[in-house]
Ligand binder design. Structure first.
Ligand SMILES: [Fe+2]
Length: 216
């Protein structure tokens, strides 16, 4: 089976493990990240199937449920290692740490696992696939593809974010890196249709979902 087929199959399996309401948010986010990663990879001359698989599976550890919190990175890593896919396992860990120093404040509730992730991330030299999925993660919201600006605001409105300016600056650096790598002024042009659709709705999908949850 090719990598794309593998990714679709594993994701479908993971999705079937969850019946809670937030599973759809996870599905939309993962599929959005897969599309973003694939389209940028194609334009940048990278392996589009690998990028798709990494985008779709970067949060696969959430098959254990939304309450797993940051532990989803380790569950995803373990699952992908078990399946013999170390290149995707690596992404399950690295996608959450941009800048890399963020790993220093990681809390998993298990000192051994924490130490493992910290060491793994510190010693990993990020490549274009690590960078691509970090960007794709921030261009995928609970309704699918969005801009890093919207995603960032959505995350900021829901979570405590240490050093938000630094995070936003790093995201702009990433976008700038791929703008150049794609030979474009703005990679958002690759997502014209999806982003226009989001603009037409007036408010970011993420925020609408957030308000609904607040009302409930
Ligand atoms: Fe994600």
């Amino acid at each position: 089976m090719n990598l794309r087929g593998f990714a679709d199959e594993i994701f479908a399996w993971g999705r079937a493990q969850r019946t809670d309401e937030l599973a759809l948010t996870w599905e939309n986010h993962s599929k959005g990240a897969a599309t973003v990663a694939e389209r940028i990879a194609l334009r940048a001359g990278m392996d589009a199937d690998l990028a798709y698989a990494m985008g779709l599976l970067h949060d696969i550890g959430r098959y254990k449920g939304e309450k797993t919190g940051m532990n989803h990175i380790i569950y995803g890593y373990e699952l992908m290692m078990e399946k013999g896919k170390p290149e995707i396992a690596r992404i399950c860990l690295t996608h959450s740490f941009n800048p890399k120093e963020k790993v220093k404040i990681l809390h998993l509730g298990d000192p051994e696992k924490e130490e493992f992730v910290k060491e793994f991330v510190q010693k990993t030299e990020y490549d274009d696939y690590d960078r691509l999925i970090q960007l794709a993660d921030f261009m995928a919201g609970s309704h699918g593809i969005t801009t890093i600006e919207r995603r960032f605001c959505s995350v900021l409105s829901r979570h405590e974010l240490p050093e938000p300016q630094q995070v936003l600056r790093k995201l702009y650096e990433l976008k700038d890196y791929f703008d150049k790598k794609c030979g474009m002024n703005d990679i958002y042009d690759l997502f014209h249709e999806e982003l226009n659709g989001a603009a037409f709705r007036g408010i970011p999908g993420d925020f609408r979902e957030y308000c609904k949850k607040e009302e409930a």
